[in-house]
Design a protein around this ligand. Structure first.
Ligand code: PEP
Ligand code: MN
Length: 337
């Protein structure tokens, strides 16, 4: 952290800042220019708020040097984190595809979709049990009953399962039957949930808040990492912009940018990003080209009958086509699928 003093700040003001720096357990480094004095705060500044110095007499501004997250940063952990799940290594050379319906609707619908996505090349089954719907009148998911059905689907197909967790008290019911706990866009900054999934020790898929910056996503990741859980994956799922044609705007630049900033695997959800099945395959291909480690895709055997997100769900045969085309792009960028 650097404290820039105002032009002509008094010696008294400068010494006041130096004293405060020392009082907080840091060392101070003074750089006296012709017009202004700059004071470096030496030490791990992360726990200190800028305002501690900014409100002091003679201070013009305070500039942070260290990123506000540490465990999530590539500076701290240069090599890629690889999350092993059911024989697949997420974050490694092979791109991993998680696919399935938005919601578990019935045993028949779940099993039909699970077998279809497996046959088409998906590695992991996705399906929501607890649904965070914008309206309280929309289908809210089958809840605990859906967890039982997901356990059945896992046992029958041998696929690992990812589902969204909405509250800390759902951890015990998911611990044995779910392989990856998904934290959805609306809960990215639900700190008690981040705490709970961090302590659960289960692999976590953390989706970017629809109105959150990449830095806020990485600080949310830091909560999970700092609770001792490093089996963590991030997911770009589109953010809100002024564009209304698509449900959200897929921030494709977030993929290579996050790969620079963090060692954590980065997945992309082209379904919630667009809200329109016709745009899902092109964006899935773009995500693979941009360096995504995996995809999260909604598939429904009868989208017209889906209880949630039918408009963005691919029919199984279209999903199979998406996988075939994504494989070609993966090979072109030196990845496997
Ligand atoms: C989902 O993947 O089921 C979901 C609800 O996604 P998001 O949190 O990104 O809206
Ligand atoms: Mn959905």
């Amino acid at each position: 952290m650097i404290v820039v003093m105002r032009k002509g700040a008094s010696q008294e003001a400068i010494q006041g800042v130096v004293a405060r720096i020392k009082e907080l357990g840091f060392r101070a480094h003074l750089s006296t220019g012709e017009e202004q004095t700059i004071i470096g705060v030496i030490g791990d500044e992360r726990p200190v708020q800028e305002s501690v110095f900014r409100i002091m007499e003679g201070v013009e501004k305070v500039v942070r040097i260290l990123k506000p997250y540490k465990l999530a940063s590539r500076d701290f952990h240069p090599s890629d984190t690889i999350v092993p799940i059911n024989g697949f290594s997420i974050g490694d050379k092979r791109i991993v595809i998680m696919a399935g319906p938005c919601s578990v609707e019935s045993r028949e619908q779940l099993m039909e979709t699970a077998w279809a996505v497996k046959e088409a090349g998906a590695h992991i089954l996705r399906a929501g049990a607890f649904k965070p719907r914008t309206s309280p009148y929309s289908f809210q998911g089958l809840g605990y009953k859906a967890l039982e059905l997901l356990a059945e689907a896992r046992a029958e197909t041998g696929m690992a399962v990812v589902t969204e967790i909405m509250a800390p008290e759902q951890v015990p019911a998911m611990i044995d039957c779910i392989d990856i706990l998904q934290v959805g866009t609306r809960n990215m900054q639900n700190f008690s949930l981040l705490h709970a999934v961090g302590e659960s020790g289960k692999p976590v898929l953390l989706k970017r808040g629809m109105m959150s910056t990449m830095e806020e996503l990485l600080i949310a990741a830091e909560y999970i990492l700092s609770h001792g859980n490093d089996r963590l994956m991030l997911c770009e799922r589109g953010i809100r912009t002024f564009e209304t044609y698509t449900r959200n705007t897929l921030d494709i630049s977030a993929v290579p940018a996050l790969k620079q900033l963090t060692h954590l695997p980065v997945l992309v959800d082209p379904s919630h990003a667009t809200g329109n099945w016709e745009l899902v395959t092109p964006l899935a291909l773009a995500a693979v080209a941009a360096g995504a480690d995996g995809l999260l895709v909604e598939v429904h055997p009868h989208p017209e009958k889906a209880l949630s997100d039918g408009a963005q769900s691919l029919r199984p045969e279209r999903f199979a086509d998406m996988v075939t085309r994504a494989r070609v792009v993966a090979q072109a960028v030196g990845r496997d699928l």
